[in-house]
Design a protein around this ligand. Structure first.
Ligand code: F0G
Length: 483
Protein backbone atom coordinates (compact mmCIF):
# COMPACT_ATOMS: atom_id res chain seq x y z
CA UNK A 1 0.00 0.00 0.00
CA UNK A 2 1.06 3.56 -0.70
CA UNK A 3 2.06 5.36 2.50
CA UNK A 4 -0.54 7.84 3.76
CA UNK A 5 0.30 11.39 4.78
CA UNK A 6 -0.68 11.87 8.42
CA UNK A 7 -1.50 15.12 10.24
CA UNK A 8 0.13 15.81 13.62
CA UNK A 9 -3.24 16.99 15.00
CA UNK A 10 -4.91 13.78 13.87
CA UNK A 11 -7.17 15.47 11.30
CA UNK A 12 -8.26 13.39 8.33
CA UNK A 13 -8.28 15.74 5.39
CA UNK A 14 -7.28 14.99 1.83
CA UNK A 15 -4.17 16.95 0.87
CA UNK A 16 -3.80 18.28 -2.66
CA UNK A 17 -0.64 16.86 -4.23
CA UNK A 18 -0.65 19.27 -7.13
CA UNK A 19 -0.44 23.00 -7.56
CA UNK A 20 -2.73 25.21 -9.58
CA UNK A 21 -1.07 27.01 -12.46
CA UNK A 22 -3.98 28.11 -14.64
CA UNK A 23 -7.10 29.44 -13.02
CA UNK A 24 -10.55 30.42 -14.16
CA UNK A 25 -12.51 33.13 -12.38
CA UNK A 26 -15.84 32.04 -10.96
CA UNK A 27 -19.00 34.05 -10.47
CA UNK A 28 -21.40 33.69 -7.59
CA UNK A 29 -24.48 35.48 -8.85
CA UNK A 30 -27.23 36.62 -6.43
CA UNK A 31 -30.05 34.25 -5.60
CA UNK A 32 -32.55 36.38 -7.57
CA UNK A 33 -30.54 35.72 -10.75
CA UNK A 34 -30.23 32.04 -9.88
CA UNK A 35 -34.01 31.82 -9.60
CA UNK A 36 -34.46 33.47 -13.02
CA UNK A 37 -31.85 31.11 -14.49
CA UNK A 38 -33.82 28.14 -13.17
CA UNK A 39 -37.03 29.35 -14.84
CA UNK A 40 -35.15 30.04 -18.10
CA UNK A 41 -33.61 26.55 -17.98
CA UNK A 42 -36.83 24.72 -17.13
CA UNK A 43 -35.56 23.67 -13.69
CA UNK A 44 -33.16 21.33 -15.46
CA UNK A 45 -29.54 21.84 -14.43
CA UNK A 46 -28.37 20.68 -17.90
CA UNK A 47 -30.02 23.82 -19.24
CA UNK A 48 -28.11 26.32 -17.08
CA UNK A 49 -25.37 28.48 -18.55
CA UNK A 50 -22.07 28.47 -16.67
CA UNK A 51 -22.28 32.30 -16.31
CA UNK A 52 -24.88 31.60 -13.64
CA UNK A 53 -23.09 28.63 -12.05
CA UNK A 54 -20.65 29.05 -9.16
CA UNK A 55 -19.28 25.51 -8.69
CA UNK A 56 -20.02 23.24 -11.63
CA UNK A 57 -20.54 19.78 -10.19
CA UNK A 58 -22.69 18.57 -13.08
CA UNK A 59 -20.19 15.99 -14.24
CA UNK A 60 -16.56 14.95 -14.45
CA UNK A 61 -17.00 14.37 -18.18
CA UNK A 62 -14.52 16.58 -20.03
CA UNK A 63 -14.09 18.73 -16.89
CA UNK A 64 -11.23 16.99 -15.09
CA UNK A 65 -8.22 19.28 -14.85
CA UNK A 66 -5.62 18.59 -17.51
CA UNK A 67 -2.01 18.15 -16.53
CA UNK A 68 0.92 20.25 -17.70
CA UNK A 69 2.15 17.14 -19.54
CA UNK A 70 -1.14 16.82 -21.41
CA UNK A 71 -1.13 20.46 -22.45
CA UNK A 72 2.49 20.16 -23.55
CA UNK A 73 1.71 17.08 -25.63
CA UNK A 74 -0.97 18.98 -27.53
CA UNK A 75 1.75 21.15 -29.05
CA UNK A 76 3.30 18.21 -30.90
CA UNK A 77 0.02 17.17 -32.50
CA UNK A 78 0.55 15.85 -36.00
CA UNK A 79 -2.27 16.99 -38.26
CA UNK A 80 -3.10 14.42 -40.91
CA UNK A 81 -6.30 12.85 -42.14
CA UNK A 82 -4.74 9.41 -42.03
CA UNK A 83 -1.70 7.82 -40.46
CA UNK A 84 -0.85 10.65 -38.07
CA UNK A 85 1.94 10.09 -35.55
CA UNK A 86 -0.39 11.35 -32.85
CA UNK A 87 -2.56 8.31 -33.47
CA UNK A 88 0.46 6.01 -33.34
CA UNK A 89 1.32 7.43 -29.92
CA UNK A 90 -2.27 6.89 -28.75
CA UNK A 91 -2.34 3.37 -30.11
CA UNK A 92 0.84 2.57 -28.17
CA UNK A 93 -0.67 4.06 -25.00
CA UNK A 94 -3.79 1.90 -25.39
CA UNK A 95 -1.63 -1.18 -25.81
CA UNK A 96 0.62 -0.35 -22.85
CA UNK A 97 -2.07 0.79 -20.43
CA UNK A 98 -5.08 -1.30 -21.40
CA UNK A 99 -3.20 -4.27 -22.85
CA UNK A 100 -5.20 -4.45 -26.10
CA UNK A 101 -3.69 -4.59 -29.59
CA UNK A 102 -6.57 -3.51 -31.80
CA UNK A 103 -7.99 -0.05 -31.27
CA UNK A 104 -10.80 1.97 -32.82
CA UNK A 105 -10.94 5.69 -31.95
CA UNK A 106 -14.36 7.38 -31.56
CA UNK A 107 -15.45 10.90 -30.67
CA UNK A 108 -16.80 10.00 -27.22
CA UNK A 109 -18.07 7.10 -25.11
CA UNK A 110 -21.58 6.89 -26.50
CA UNK A 111 -20.17 6.59 -30.02
CA UNK A 112 -18.45 3.39 -28.86
CA UNK A 113 -21.79 2.21 -27.47
CA UNK A 114 -23.40 3.01 -30.81
CA UNK A 115 -20.85 0.96 -32.76
CA UNK A 116 -20.82 -1.98 -30.35
CA UNK A 117 -24.63 -2.11 -30.17
CA UNK A 118 -25.07 -1.83 -33.91
CA UNK A 119 -22.52 -4.59 -34.52
CA UNK A 120 -23.58 -7.15 -31.97
CA UNK A 121 -27.20 -6.56 -30.88
CA UNK A 122 -30.28 -7.70 -32.79
CA UNK A 123 -33.97 -7.30 -31.95
CA UNK A 124 -35.02 -9.40 -28.98
CA UNK A 125 -31.52 -9.74 -27.52
CA UNK A 126 -30.88 -9.35 -23.80
CA UNK A 127 -27.76 -7.74 -22.33
CA UNK A 128 -26.98 -8.82 -18.77
CA UNK A 129 -25.02 -6.20 -16.83
CA UNK A 130 -24.23 -4.96 -13.37
CA UNK A 131 -26.25 -1.76 -14.01
CA UNK A 132 -27.12 0.39 -17.00
CA UNK A 133 -25.72 3.75 -17.96
CA UNK A 134 -28.17 6.12 -19.68
CA UNK A 135 -26.46 6.25 -23.08
CA UNK A 136 -25.63 2.52 -23.09
CA UNK A 137 -29.29 1.72 -22.45
CA UNK A 138 -30.45 4.13 -25.16
CA UNK A 139 -28.19 2.48 -27.76
CA UNK A 140 -29.17 -1.05 -26.75
CA UNK A 141 -32.86 -0.08 -26.96
CA UNK A 142 -32.27 1.59 -30.34
CA UNK A 143 -31.09 -1.81 -31.66
CA UNK A 144 -34.13 -3.62 -30.24
CA UNK A 145 -32.37 -5.10 -27.21
CA UNK A 146 -33.33 -5.06 -23.54
CA UNK A 147 -31.19 -5.18 -20.42
CA UNK A 148 -31.06 -7.34 -17.30
CA UNK A 149 -29.54 -5.62 -14.26
CA UNK A 150 -28.01 -8.19 -11.97
CA UNK A 151 -26.60 -6.42 -8.93
CA UNK A 152 -26.80 -8.05 -5.51
CA UNK A 153 -29.99 -7.14 -3.66
CA UNK A 154 -28.20 -4.86 -1.19
CA UNK A 155 -26.43 -2.80 -3.88
CA UNK A 156 -29.19 -0.21 -3.98
CA UNK A 157 -29.23 0.30 -0.23
CA UNK A 158 -28.13 3.87 0.36
CA UNK A 159 -26.27 3.31 3.61
CA UNK A 160 -24.09 0.28 3.39
CA UNK A 161 -20.63 -1.02 4.09
CA UNK A 162 -20.52 -3.28 1.03
CA UNK A 163 -17.19 -2.31 -0.58
CA UNK A 164 -18.20 -3.66 -4.00
CA UNK A 165 -21.78 -2.67 -4.71
CA UNK A 166 -20.98 -2.84 -8.45
CA UNK A 167 -20.54 -6.64 -8.38
CA UNK A 168 -22.78 -8.84 -10.49
CA UNK A 169 -24.74 -11.48 -8.57
CA UNK A 170 -23.40 -14.66 -10.20
CA UNK A 171 -26.53 -16.73 -9.40
CA UNK A 172 -28.67 -14.09 -11.08
CA UNK A 173 -26.33 -14.06 -14.08
CA UNK A 174 -26.53 -17.83 -14.54
CA UNK A 175 -30.33 -17.75 -14.11
CA UNK A 176 -30.60 -14.95 -16.68
CA UNK A 177 -28.57 -16.90 -19.26
CA UNK A 178 -30.51 -20.11 -18.60
CA UNK A 179 -33.83 -18.28 -18.91
CA UNK A 180 -33.07 -16.37 -22.11
CA UNK A 181 -30.72 -18.84 -23.81
CA UNK A 182 -27.17 -17.91 -24.75
CA UNK A 183 -28.18 -17.28 -28.42
CA UNK A 184 -30.11 -14.22 -27.23
CA UNK A 185 -27.15 -12.85 -25.29
CA UNK A 186 -24.51 -11.25 -27.53
CA UNK A 187 -22.47 -10.05 -24.56
CA UNK A 188 -22.37 -9.40 -20.85
CA UNK A 189 -21.62 -5.77 -19.94
CA UNK A 190 -19.59 -4.84 -16.85
CA UNK A 191 -19.33 -1.17 -15.99
CA UNK A 192 -16.34 -0.07 -13.95
CA UNK A 193 -17.32 2.19 -11.00
CA UNK A 194 -21.03 1.67 -11.74
CA UNK A 195 -22.07 5.27 -12.40
CA UNK A 196 -25.80 5.45 -11.71
CA UNK A 197 -25.77 3.70 -8.34
CA UNK A 198 -23.25 6.14 -6.92
CA UNK A 199 -19.93 5.38 -8.63
CA UNK A 200 -19.59 1.98 -6.95
CA UNK A 201 -16.80 -0.42 -7.97
CA UNK A 202 -16.72 -4.13 -8.67
CA UNK A 203 -13.97 -6.46 -7.43
CA UNK A 204 -11.47 -8.48 -9.43
CA UNK A 205 -12.82 -11.63 -7.75
CA UNK A 206 -16.26 -10.84 -9.11
CA UNK A 207 -14.95 -10.09 -12.59
CA UNK A 208 -13.16 -13.46 -12.54
CA UNK A 209 -16.43 -15.17 -11.64
CA UNK A 210 -18.25 -13.35 -14.45
CA UNK A 211 -15.47 -14.45 -16.83
CA UNK A 212 -15.93 -18.08 -15.79
CA UNK A 213 -19.66 -17.87 -16.53
CA UNK A 214 -18.99 -16.13 -19.84
CA UNK A 215 -16.54 -18.90 -20.81
CA UNK A 216 -18.90 -21.66 -19.74
CA UNK A 217 -21.65 -20.35 -22.04
CA UNK A 218 -19.36 -18.97 -24.74
CA UNK A 219 -20.57 -15.37 -24.31
CA UNK A 220 -18.45 -12.29 -24.94
CA UNK A 221 -17.60 -10.02 -21.97
CA UNK A 222 -17.58 -6.26 -22.59
CA UNK A 223 -16.10 -3.74 -20.16
CA UNK A 224 -17.19 -0.11 -19.97
CA UNK A 225 -13.86 1.27 -18.77
CA UNK A 226 -14.79 4.97 -18.61
CA UNK A 227 -14.07 4.98 -14.87
CA UNK A 228 -11.57 2.11 -14.77
CA UNK A 229 -8.80 4.11 -13.04
CA UNK A 230 -11.02 4.91 -10.06
CA UNK A 231 -12.37 1.34 -9.92
CA UNK A 232 -8.78 0.05 -9.89
CA UNK A 233 -7.87 2.52 -7.13
CA UNK A 234 -10.76 1.29 -4.95
CA UNK A 235 -9.75 -2.33 -5.64
CA UNK A 236 -6.31 -1.46 -4.31
CA UNK A 237 -7.92 0.12 -1.26
CA UNK A 238 -10.54 -2.51 -0.57
CA UNK A 239 -9.64 -5.90 -2.08
CA UNK A 240 -7.00 -7.52 0.11
CA UNK A 241 -5.43 -9.71 -2.56
CA UNK A 242 -4.62 -6.64 -4.71
CA UNK A 243 -3.27 -4.19 -2.16
CA UNK A 244 0.37 -4.79 -3.02
CA UNK A 245 -0.15 -4.60 -6.78
CA UNK A 246 0.43 -1.55 -8.94
CA UNK A 247 -2.37 0.34 -10.66
CA UNK A 248 -0.99 -1.06 -13.90
CA UNK A 249 -1.28 -4.67 -12.66
CA UNK A 250 -4.88 -4.09 -11.62
CA UNK A 251 -5.90 -2.30 -14.79
CA UNK A 252 -4.34 -5.01 -16.94
CA UNK A 253 -6.04 -7.74 -14.93
CA UNK A 254 -9.40 -6.02 -15.45
CA UNK A 255 -8.94 -5.61 -19.17
CA UNK A 256 -7.37 -9.07 -19.66
CA UNK A 257 -10.49 -10.65 -18.22
CA UNK A 258 -12.67 -8.99 -20.84
CA UNK A 259 -12.98 -9.45 -24.61
CA UNK A 260 -13.89 -5.93 -25.57
CA UNK A 261 -13.12 -2.72 -23.72
CA UNK A 262 -14.69 0.64 -24.50
CA UNK A 263 -14.43 4.01 -22.82
CA UNK A 264 -15.24 7.66 -22.73
CA UNK A 265 -11.86 9.43 -22.67
CA UNK A 266 -13.72 12.48 -21.38
CA UNK A 267 -13.72 10.67 -18.07
CA UNK A 268 -10.87 8.19 -18.29
CA UNK A 269 -8.05 10.42 -19.44
CA UNK A 270 -9.08 14.04 -18.78
CA UNK A 271 -9.33 14.75 -22.46
CA UNK A 272 -11.97 14.31 -25.13
CA UNK A 273 -12.79 11.33 -27.30
CA UNK A 274 -13.20 7.67 -26.65
CA UNK A 275 -12.32 4.27 -27.97
CA UNK A 276 -12.94 0.55 -28.36
CA UNK A 277 -10.14 -1.98 -28.01
CA UNK A 278 -9.69 -5.74 -28.09
CA UNK A 279 -7.13 -8.47 -28.66
CA UNK A 280 -9.55 -10.40 -30.84
CA UNK A 281 -8.99 -9.48 -34.45
CA UNK A 282 -12.33 -10.86 -35.62
CA UNK A 283 -14.22 -8.55 -33.23
CA UNK A 284 -12.19 -5.58 -34.45
CA UNK A 285 -12.93 -6.63 -38.03
CA UNK A 286 -16.68 -6.59 -37.43
CA UNK A 287 -16.66 -3.01 -36.15
CA UNK A 288 -13.91 -1.44 -38.23
CA UNK A 289 -16.05 -0.30 -41.15
CA UNK A 290 -18.46 1.61 -38.90
CA UNK A 291 -15.79 4.05 -37.71
CA UNK A 292 -15.25 5.76 -41.09
CA UNK A 293 -19.03 5.68 -41.61
CA UNK A 294 -20.06 7.38 -38.36
CA UNK A 295 -16.96 8.88 -36.74
CA UNK A 296 -14.10 9.72 -39.07
CA UNK A 297 -11.08 7.96 -40.54
CA UNK A 298 -9.59 5.07 -38.52
CA UNK A 299 -6.69 7.17 -37.28
CA UNK A 300 -8.74 9.99 -35.74
CA UNK A 301 -12.32 8.75 -35.22
CA UNK A 302 -13.84 12.21 -34.95
CA UNK A 303 -11.23 13.59 -32.54
CA UNK A 304 -8.79 16.39 -33.20
CA UNK A 305 -5.12 15.37 -33.15
CA UNK A 306 -4.61 17.62 -30.12
CA UNK A 307 -7.24 15.65 -28.23
CA UNK A 308 -5.56 12.45 -29.34
CA UNK A 309 -2.22 13.55 -27.88
CA UNK A 310 -3.82 14.59 -24.58
CA UNK A 311 -5.66 11.28 -24.44
CA UNK A 312 -2.45 9.29 -24.86
CA UNK A 313 -0.77 11.15 -21.98
CA UNK A 314 -3.96 10.94 -19.90
CA UNK A 315 -4.01 7.17 -20.33
CA UNK A 316 -0.51 6.87 -18.84
CA UNK A 317 -1.55 9.20 -16.02
CA UNK A 318 -4.35 6.78 -15.17
CA UNK A 319 -1.61 4.54 -13.78
CA UNK A 320 -0.47 7.23 -11.33
CA UNK A 321 -2.11 6.55 -7.99
CA UNK A 322 -1.48 10.10 -6.78
CA UNK A 323 -3.43 11.54 -9.70
CA UNK A 324 -6.25 9.01 -9.61
CA UNK A 325 -6.68 9.11 -5.83
CA UNK A 326 -7.39 12.86 -5.70
CA UNK A 327 -11.06 12.76 -6.63
CA UNK A 328 -12.01 9.61 -4.62
CA UNK A 329 -10.22 10.99 -1.54
CA UNK A 330 -12.08 14.32 -1.78
CA UNK A 331 -15.32 12.39 -2.24
CA UNK A 332 -14.57 10.28 0.82
CA UNK A 333 -14.03 13.43 2.90
CA UNK A 334 -17.22 15.00 1.51
CA UNK A 335 -19.33 11.87 2.10
CA UNK A 336 -18.01 11.31 5.62
CA UNK A 337 -18.76 14.92 6.58
CA UNK A 338 -22.33 14.71 5.26
CA UNK A 339 -22.87 11.35 6.89
CA UNK A 340 -21.72 12.76 10.23
CA UNK A 341 -24.27 15.59 9.83
CA UNK A 342 -27.04 13.05 9.26
CA UNK A 343 -27.54 14.06 5.62
CA UNK A 344 -28.51 10.93 3.64
CA UNK A 345 -25.70 10.08 1.27
CA UNK A 346 -24.63 6.92 -0.59
CA UNK A 347 -22.05 4.96 1.37
CA UNK A 348 -19.44 3.71 1.12
CA UNK A 349 -18.08 6.74 -0.73
CA UNK A 350 -17.72 5.87 -4.40
CA UNK A 351 -16.10 7.73 -7.25
CA UNK A 352 -17.10 10.50 -9.67
CA UNK A 353 -19.00 12.46 -7.02
CA UNK A 354 -20.98 12.57 -3.84
CA UNK A 355 -24.46 11.08 -4.21
CA UNK A 356 -27.21 12.42 -1.98
CA UNK A 357 -30.32 10.36 -1.45
CA UNK A 358 -33.28 12.50 -2.51
CA UNK A 359 -35.81 9.85 -1.48
CA UNK A 360 -34.86 10.49 2.15
CA UNK A 361 -33.86 14.15 1.80
CA UNK A 362 -37.21 14.97 0.16
CA UNK A 363 -39.30 12.16 1.68
CA UNK A 364 -42.40 14.39 1.34
CA UNK A 365 -42.10 14.62 -2.48
CA UNK A 366 -43.80 11.73 -4.31
CA UNK A 367 -41.49 10.00 -6.81
CA UNK A 368 -43.58 11.04 -9.86
CA UNK A 369 -42.81 14.65 -8.85
CA UNK A 370 -39.09 13.94 -9.24
CA UNK A 371 -37.49 14.40 -5.81
CA UNK A 372 -33.92 14.23 -7.18
CA UNK A 373 -34.66 16.82 -9.87
CA UNK A 374 -36.33 19.05 -7.29
CA UNK A 375 -33.36 18.68 -4.93
CA UNK A 376 -30.92 19.54 -7.75
CA UNK A 377 -32.93 22.70 -8.56
CA UNK A 378 -33.32 23.73 -4.90
CA UNK A 379 -29.62 23.23 -4.26
CA UNK A 380 -28.63 25.34 -7.23
CA UNK A 381 -31.02 28.05 -6.06
CA UNK A 382 -29.51 28.33 -2.59
CA UNK A 383 -25.85 27.74 -3.45
CA UNK A 384 -25.09 28.36 -7.13
CA UNK A 385 -23.74 24.80 -7.21
CA UNK A 386 -24.86 22.76 -10.18
CA UNK A 387 -25.38 19.04 -9.62
CA UNK A 388 -27.09 16.42 -11.74
CA UNK A 389 -30.35 14.57 -11.22
CA UNK A 390 -29.82 10.81 -11.32
CA UNK A 391 -33.32 9.49 -10.71
CA UNK A 392 -36.66 9.22 -12.47
CA UNK A 393 -36.07 12.19 -14.80
CA UNK A 394 -33.01 10.24 -16.05
CA UNK A 395 -35.23 7.16 -16.48
CA UNK A 396 -37.64 6.45 -19.35
CA UNK A 397 -41.32 5.68 -19.93
CA UNK A 398 -42.55 2.18 -20.79
CA UNK A 399 -44.28 1.29 -24.06
CA UNK A 400 -47.63 2.55 -22.71
CA UNK A 401 -46.11 5.86 -21.71
CA UNK A 402 -46.07 5.15 -17.99
CA UNK A 403 -43.13 6.40 -15.93
CA UNK A 404 -40.59 3.75 -14.97
CA UNK A 405 -39.72 5.03 -11.50
CA UNK A 406 -35.98 4.87 -10.92
CA UNK A 407 -34.51 2.46 -8.35
CA UNK A 408 -32.71 5.33 -6.69
CA UNK A 409 -33.29 9.09 -6.62
CA UNK A 410 -29.89 10.72 -6.36
CA UNK A 411 -28.49 14.22 -6.55
CA UNK A 412 -24.98 13.74 -7.88
CA UNK A 413 -22.40 16.39 -7.04
CA UNK A 414 -19.46 15.51 -9.25
CA UNK A 415 -15.90 16.11 -8.10
CA UNK A 416 -13.86 16.31 -11.30
CA UNK A 417 -10.21 15.45 -10.80
CA UNK A 418 -8.05 18.26 -9.31
CA UNK A 419 -10.58 21.03 -10.00
CA UNK A 420 -12.04 22.09 -6.63
CA UNK A 421 -10.36 23.12 -3.40
CA UNK A 422 -11.25 21.88 0.05
CA UNK A 423 -12.76 25.24 1.07
CA UNK A 424 -15.11 24.99 -1.88
CA UNK A 425 -16.15 21.54 -0.68
CA UNK A 426 -16.72 23.03 2.77
CA UNK A 427 -18.98 25.70 1.24
CA UNK A 428 -21.02 22.96 -0.47
CA UNK A 429 -21.36 21.07 2.82
CA UNK A 430 -22.46 24.26 4.59
CA UNK A 431 -25.18 25.03 2.02
CA UNK A 432 -26.36 21.40 2.04
CA UNK A 433 -26.72 21.63 5.79
CA UNK A 434 -28.95 24.69 5.44
CA UNK A 435 -31.02 22.99 2.77
CA UNK A 436 -31.38 19.86 4.87
CA UNK A 437 -32.65 21.92 7.80
CA UNK A 438 -35.15 23.57 5.43
CA UNK A 439 -35.93 20.47 3.35
CA UNK A 440 -39.69 20.63 3.95
CA UNK A 441 -39.75 23.77 1.78
CA UNK A 442 -38.59 21.89 -1.35
CA UNK A 443 -41.51 21.09 -3.66
CA UNK A 444 -41.95 18.81 -6.66
CA UNK A 445 -41.53 19.39 -10.39
CA UNK A 446 -43.60 18.55 -13.49
CA UNK A 447 -42.57 18.28 -17.14
CA UNK A 448 -43.61 21.11 -19.45
CA UNK A 449 -41.59 19.72 -22.39
CA UNK A 450 -40.54 16.10 -22.53
CA UNK A 451 -38.34 14.84 -25.39
CA UNK A 452 -38.83 11.19 -26.44
CA UNK A 453 -35.18 10.05 -26.00
CA UNK A 454 -32.72 10.90 -23.18
CA UNK A 455 -35.28 13.39 -21.86
CA UNK A 456 -33.08 14.50 -18.97
CA UNK A 457 -30.76 16.42 -21.30
CA UNK A 458 -33.20 18.76 -23.03
CA UNK A 459 -36.41 18.38 -21.01
CA UNK A 460 -38.05 21.39 -19.34
CA UNK A 461 -39.88 21.32 -16.04
CA UNK A 462 -41.71 23.70 -13.74
CA UNK A 463 -42.23 23.75 -9.98
CA UNK A 464 -45.62 22.44 -8.82
CA UNK A 465 -46.09 25.52 -6.56
CA UNK A 466 -44.30 28.74 -5.62
CA UNK A 467 -41.86 26.84 -3.38
CA UNK A 468 -38.75 28.34 -5.04
CA UNK A 469 -39.89 31.91 -4.27
CA UNK A 470 -40.64 31.01 -0.65
CA UNK A 471 -37.29 29.30 -0.31
CA UNK A 472 -35.49 32.33 -1.72
CA UNK A 473 -37.19 34.58 0.83
CA UNK A 474 -36.23 32.27 3.70
CA UNK A 475 -32.64 32.11 2.43
CA UNK A 476 -32.39 35.91 2.38
CA UNK A 477 -33.82 36.14 5.90
CA UNK A 478 -31.44 33.51 7.30
CA UNK A 479 -28.25 34.72 5.63
CA UNK A 480 -29.07 38.45 5.46
CA UNK A 481 -27.58 38.35 1.95
CA UNK A 482 -28.54 37.28 -1.54
CA UNK A 483 -25.27 35.39 -2.03
N1 F0G B 1 -20.21 5.04 -19.84
C1 F0G B 1 -20.14 5.59 -18.62
C2 F0G B 1 -19.92 4.72 -17.43
C3 F0G B 1 -20.29 6.97 -18.48
O1 F0G B 1 -20.23 7.50 -17.26
C4 F0G B 1 -20.49 7.77 -19.63
C5 F0G B 1 -20.68 9.21 -19.51
C6 F0G B 1 -20.54 7.14 -20.88
C7 F0G B 1 -20.40 5.77 -20.95
C8 F0G B 1 -20.77 7.93 -22.13
O2 F0G B 1 -19.64 8.63 -22.46
O3 F0G B 1 -20.36 11.04 -22.38
O4 F0G B 1 -18.27 10.35 -23.56
O5 F0G B 1 -20.48 9.79 -24.50
N2 F0G B 1 -20.90 9.80 -18.44
C9 F0G B 1 -21.08 11.23 -18.23
C10 F0G B 1 -21.55 11.51 -16.83
C11 F0G B 1 -21.92 11.89 -19.26
O6 F0G B 1 -21.81 12.70 -16.55
O7 F0G B 1 -21.65 10.63 -15.99
P1 F0G B 1 -19.70 10.02 -23.28
Amino acid sequence: MKEQIKFYGGEEIPLELHKVRIVQKLHLVPIERRLSALYEGGFNTFQLGTRDVFLDMLTDSGTNAMSDQQLASMMQADDAYSGSQSFTRLHTAVEEVLGKKYFLPVHQGRAAEHIISKTFIKKGDVIPMNYHFTTALAHIAECGGTIAELLHDDALQIKSDNPFKGNIDIDKLVACIEKNGKEKIPFIRMEASTNLIGGQPFSIANLMDVRRVADKYGIMLVLDASLIGENAYLIKQREKEWQENTMSDILKMMTNLTDLVYFSARKLSSSRGGGICTNRKELYGKMEALVPLFEGFLTYGGMSVREIEAMAVGLYETLDETIISQSPEFIKYFVNQLDALGIPVVTPAGVLGCHIDAKQFCAHIPQPEYPAGALAAAFFLISGVRGMERGTISSVRDEEGKEILADVELLRLAIPRRVFTLSQIRYVIDRLQWLYDNREMIGGLKFTYEPPVLRFFMGKLAPVSDWPEKMMAKFRRDFGSSL
